[in-house]
Design a protein around this ligand. Structure first.
Ligand code: ATP
Length: 229
């Protein structure tokens, strides 16, 4: 598959990416480029490979083939120089049910080596309508509140590349609006995002590319899908 159109100043460039799971090819010869202020929207049916691609980009899933360039340097997806640029939000929150929302957030930001700025944290929690619930154990938050807390981690993480797997899951209309605004602000300030979603996010004034993974494997032979690794 050819790469999508070249950005004026490409920061992330993926070429010929291949990935297999459970002995089957899920991504094949995939490429794209992203520059400052650009968002790549991943589309595709259930099982098309959106989560797999995001996990590959986050360095959580091994690549069967392909290369990653960051700012012109070819790097391993697990290279700290690249890892320091990204934040990943998967289907699972990756938070402890026993700790409060606030404790989870502090722990997550510690792991990302982000300084705890109380005023900034409180401002983000307020915007996300979380101020009144973050002192509760994470396990007692609603699914939408958990998703919002995950979004708070992304917002506070100060990373240039956001990798978001169905971030709109469980969000109400207001939550979707927050998400759209957050993405808009992130991209307006030169950030980048790769986002998987089955829905149409409200994304005002941003440059969006679309990669439909339903089509990406269409050309793969049956042998290649089944006989790998
Ligand atoms: N842990 C796993 N082990 C083996 N195969 C897996 C695993 N996780 C996913 N797969 C397979 O990889 C393929 C791609 O799955 P993936 O989760 O990336 O799809 P998706 O596009 O994100 O789907 P959805 O829209 O349902 O979230 C599917 O065929 C799936 O069955």
């Amino acid at each position: 598959m050819k790469g999508l159109s070249t950005a004026a100043s490409t920061l992330l460039s993926i070429s010929s990416l291949g990935c297999a799971r459970g002995g089957r090819v899920v991504l094949r010869d995939l490429g794209f480029e992203l520059g400052a202020g650009q968002l790549l929207m991943l589309r595709g049916h259930n099982g098309a490979g959106k989560s797999s691609l995001l996990r590959c980009l986050a360095g959580l899933l091994p690549w069967r083939a392909g290369s990653l360039q960051w700012c012109g340097d070819t790097l391993s997806p697990r290279d700290p120089a690249y890892q320091r640029q990204l934040v990943y939000m998967g289907h699972q929150a990756g938070m402890s049910d026993a700790l409060t929302g606030l404790e989870n957030l502090r722990f997550a930001l510690d792991l990302m080596a982000v300084h705890w700025n109380e005023a900034r944290v409180q401002a983000v929690l307020q915007v996300l309508s979380l101020s009144g619930v973050v002192t509760r154990p994470f396990g007692r938050l609603s699914q939408g509140q958990r998703r919002r807390l995950g979004l708070a981690r992304v917002l506070l993480g100060e990373r240039s590349l956001w990798l978001l797997d169905e971030p709109d899951n469980c969000l109400d209309v207001q939550g979707e609006q927050y998400l759209g605004d957050a993405l808009d602000q992130h991209l307006s300030s030169g950030g980048m995002a790769v986002v998987a979603s089955h829905r149409n996010l409200v994304l005002p004034a941003v440059r969006v590319k679309v990669l439909d993974l339903s089509l990406a494997l269409a050309g793969a032979s049956k042998n290649e899908r089944e006989a790998v690794c």
